[in-house]
Write a protein that binds this ligand. Structure first.
Ligand code: BJW
Ligand code: ZN
Length: 237
C-alpha cells in the first residue's frame, strides 16, 4: 500500500481519528517506554508508575516525574506535530487521541486533544482529589495541595482507570471514524491499544506510522515505516 493511497484516504475521509504514542514525541527528544533506550529499559514500571509505588515511595516517584517534567519542558514540537495541526484544519471531522502526557500536541497548536493517560503538567491531591495545572520546573520534593495533602502527578498509572469522559470520547471517535491514523505506539497498553480493533471492526481504514512493525500491524490497511517527524509531513502534504 503506497503513501499516496493513504494520503488519498485521509483526503476523502469525513471523519478522521488519530492515536499517538511515545514514538510521536521521540523526534522531539523525549524517550519512549519500550524501545532500546526507552524508560522501561532503565526503570521498572512497578516501581514508578503504579498507585502502590506512589504509596510506598512518593519521593522516589516524584524525583522521576520532576526529571521527566524538566526534560519535556525543554522539548519542542516537530514537523510531524505541525502536520497533524494542518490535518485537523482540513478535515471535516477530526479527533486527536494521545497516550502521551507531555502536552506537545497542544504546544504545536492542536486543539481539543483527548489525553487518555492524563497530563504530566497536572497535579492531583491524594486527599481531597482537587486537580490543578502546575508547569513549574525544575522542582524538588513532594508538592502539596492547599489542604496539606500530598499531590500526585495527573497521569494514569497501571491498574488505574482512564478518565471516563475522555475515554468515552476516544471510543466514540474510534467507532465513528472513516480513517484511523496510528502513530508511534507499540500497541501494548490497554485499553488504548484496543481502539484500533474497535475502529477496524466498525469499518474504518487503518494507517500506521512507526519506525518498526508492531503487534497492531496485522490490523493495518497501510503500514508506513519511518519516524513520525519524517513520514507525517510526507503523508499529509
Ligand atoms: C517511533 C519513533 C519515531 C519510536 N517515530 N515511531 C488487556 C490485556 C492485558 C493487560 C491489560 C488489558 N487491559 C488492561 C490491562 C492492564 C494494563 C496494561 O495494558 N498492561 C499491559 C502493559 C500488559 N492497563 C492498565 O492498567 C490501564 N488501566 C486499566 O486498564 O484500567 C482498568 C483497571 C482498573 C483497575 C484495575 C485494573 C484495571 C492503564 C494503563 C496506564 C499506562 N500508563 C503509562 C504511564 C503514563 C504516565 C507516565 O507517562 O508517566 O502510559 S505506561 C506507558 O505506556 C505510558 C504510555 O502512554 C503507554 C503506551 O506506550 P506507547 O506510547 O505505545 O510507547 P512505547 O514505548 O511502548 O512504544 C513506542 C513506539 O514508538 C514503538 O512502537 C516504536 O517502534 C515507535 N517509535 N521512535 C515513529 N521517531
Ligand atoms: Zn487537597
Amino acid at each position: 500500500m503506497s503513501i499516496q493511497e493513504a494520503h488519498n484516504w485521509l483526503n476523502s475521509a469525513d471523519a478522521i481519528a488519530v492515536l499517538t504514542g511515545a514514538g510521536m514525541s521521540a523526534d522531539s527528544g523525549i524517550p519512549t517506554f519500550r524501545d532500546a533506550g526507552g524508560l522501561w529499559k532503565q526503570f521498572r514500571p512497578e516501581d514508578l508508575a503504579t498507585p502502590a509505588a506512589f504509596a510506598r515511595h512518593p519521593e522516589l516517584v516524584w524525583e522521576w516525574y520532576h526529571w521527566r517534567r524538566e526534560l519535556i519542558a525543554h522539548a519542542k514540537p516537530h514537523a510531524g506535530h505541525l502536520a497533524l495541526v494542518e490535518l485537523q484544519r482540513r478535515a471535516p471531522g477530526f479527533t486527536l487521541i494521545t497516550q502521551n502526557v507531555d502536552g506537545l500536541h497542544q504546544a504545536s497548536g492542536s486543539g481539543s486533544v483527548l489525553e487518555v493517560h492524563g497530563s504530566i503538567w497536572k497535579l492531583r491531591c491524594t486527599q481531597c482529589f482537587r486537580s490543578w495545572s502546575d508547569r513549574t520546573v525544575p522542582a524538588q520534593g513532594i508538592p502539596r495541595c492547599l489542604c496539606g495533602g500530598l499531590a500526585r502527578p495527573g497521569v494514569v498509572w497501571f491498574g488505574e482507570s482512564l478518565p471516563p469522559a475522555v475515554w468515552r470520547d476516544a471510543e466514540n471517535a474510534a467507532e465513528d471514524c472513516d480513517v484511523l491514523l496510528v502513530v508511534g505506539t507499540s500497541g501494548s497498553v490497554y485499553p488504548a491499544a484496543g481502539l484500533v480493533a474497535m475502529a477496524k471492526s466498525a469499518g474504518a481504514r487503518t494507517i500506521e506510522v512507526n519506525t518498526e512493525g508492531t503487534v497492531l500491524s496485522p490490523l493495518m490497511d497501510c503500514s508506513l515505516q519511518g519516524s513520525s517527524g519524517e513520514i507525517l509531513p510526507l503523508l499529509l502534504r
